[in-house]
Write a protein that binds this ligand. Sequence first.
Ligand code: ACM
Length: 265
Amino acid sequence: MLKIGFIQFAPVLGNVDATLKKLNRLIDRAEGADVIVLPELCNSGYNFRDFDEAWTCSEEIEQSTFIAYLTSKCRELGFFIISGFNERAGDHLYNSAILVGPEGYMGRYRKCHLFMNEKDYFKPGDEGLPVFDTGKCRIGILICFDWIFPEVWRILALKGADIICHPSNLVLPGLAQKAIPVHAVTNRIFIVTANRIGTEGDLTFTGRSVIADPRGNVLEQGSKGGEEIGIADVDLHLAKEKMITPRNHLFNDRRPEMYRDLVSD
Ligand code: ACM
C-alpha cells in the first residue's frame, strides 16, 4: 500500500518566499504520505502581465530556493514531491514539473500543450514524456491542459507509470475533473491532480483537486476554494493488472495498425 496525495492552495504570484511560508504551514500535515503533488507553476504563480514578469519569477533548477526547500522537507518527512515549476534554462522559460525526493532533485517534465497566454512566455516541452522510478512506484507527470490530450496519458501508461501526477492551474470549470477518472479507467492507473485555488487578475482557479483510481473511483476530492490536503491509501497492484477480462488485455488488444492517422500531422 502507498499513500498518495495533493496539497491544494494558492501560490503567491511573483513571491516565492510568501509561497513557501504558506506551503510550510500545510506540508507537515502530509507527514506519512509517500507521494505528494503540488499545483502548476508553484514557485511563481501563473497569470503574468508579460514575458518580463514570467522571467523575473522563474528559477534555474540548480539555483532554486524552492527546490532546496522541497528537498529539505522530503528529507525530513521521507516523501517524494511533484511540483509545477517555472523553469529558466538559458534564454528560455519552460512550464515544467519537477520530481524531488529525500536525495534531492530527480528529474523534470516540460509541459507539451501550452494553454492560452502561456504560449507568449514558455517554450513547449521538448524532452518527451519520462517515467520515473522512485523505488516504491513508477511516476509519470503531465501538467494541467495536457489533460485534454488522451495520447499522452496512454504513452505514460505504456511506459509503465503506476501513477500520473498532474500539477494544475485549471480555469475551465469542472471539465478536467470529469475527464481525470476516465483517463484513470482507460489506462488502469492512479491519477493525482493537484489544482490550485484563488484568483490572479482575470483568472479564477477551480480547485476540486482529485485522486482517481484505476476503476474510475474518486478517492479524494478537494473543495472549490479551500486550502486542503487530500491523501488516499492505494494498492499499486490495481494499476499493474491490465487484464480487463480473462481474454482482454488493455495493451495487447490494441490495434496500432488502425491508429496511423493519430501520428500523421
Ligand atoms: C492550464 O493549462 N493552466 C489551464
